[in-house]
Design a protein around this ligand. Structure first.
Ligand code: PEP
Length: 248
């Protein structure tokens, strides 16, 4: 798996206004020098996707989305289809983030349909999984992650259309991270699941997410079967985001 090209993906969540374009431009400016190391992706709120994507044309920074509806079009007031996000310039869509699973009751079956929607629109699906603190304390981490993988990943995944993000819920936005040993155990488990189910499973990227910062990125990115990071808070600042990419 050493040959897998890392991906550093930023999830801006519900943050960012038109005035954030300068921060994004600073990321574009730094991305070129990092292109030898990793793919870089920023997923801003939908309001900024088209503007950012236009600005990023021809650069080494890709733009993505944070969620989509499973259907291509129709009577779904306020929702956005993968086709619309592709049309706006997104190259990838995060699906199944724990905040969507918790705040919007998204089940594994819904996440799977959204991943299929991303593929239908020709986009990469970044599927998030991860256990809560309570589940970890109960020793259920691998059971929970295994169930989420079985339920959320559609058939037909390839190294080109799927990225899996392991994001322990208790590590998101808390400043807490699992030990490298714990990360390695879960990523190895995910790798085994992917290789036993998909022909290209050994090449599908597995990102770690949860309180990744410039100060801990090198240690986390050095763990076996960690092929990059999904970064929340620290992806809002160009200096932090670029420093994380530098560390991988
Ligand atoms: C996330 O929400 O995907 C995430 C990893 O957040 P943070 O980096 O802020 O913990």
């Amino acid at each position: 798996t050493d040959a897998i090209r890392p991906l550093i993906a930023g999830n801006w969540k519900m943050n960012g206004l038109k005035s954030s374009l300068g921060e994004f431009e600073a990321m574009i400016a730094g991305a070129g020098a990092l292109a030898g190391k990793a793919d870089l992706l920023v997923c801003p709120p939908v309001t900024l996707i088209a503007g950012f994507a236009d600005r990023a044309l021809g650069s080494k920074l890709a733009v993505g989305a944070q969620d989509c509806h499973a259907k291509a079009s129709g009577a779904h007031t306020g929702d956005l289809s993968a086709e619309m996000l592709a049309d706006a310039g997104a190259g990838a869509i995060i699906v199944g983030h724990s905040e969507r699973r918790a705040d919007h009751g998204e089940t594994d079956a819904v996440v799977r349909q959204k991943a299929e929607a991303a593929w239908r629109a020709g986009l990469v699906a970044i599927v998030c999984i991860g256990e809560t603190q309570k589940q970890r304390d109960a020793g259920q981490t691998l059971d929970i992650c295994g169930g989420q993988l079985a339920g959320s990943l559609p058939d037909g995944a390839t190294a080109a259309n799927l990225v899996v993000a392991y994001e322990p819920v208790w590590a998101i936005g808390t400043g807490l991270t699992p030990t490298p040993k714990d990360v390695e155990q879960v990523h190895r488990f995910i790798r085994d699941v992917l290789t036993s189910r998909f022909k290209e499973g050994s090449k599908i990227r597995i990102l770690y997410g949860g309180s990744v910062k410039p100060s801990n990125a090198a240690e986390l990115m050095a763990v076996a079967d960690v092929n990059g990071a999904l970064v929340g808070g620290a992806s809002l600042k160009a200096t932090d985001f670029l420093a994380i990419a530098e560390a991988c």
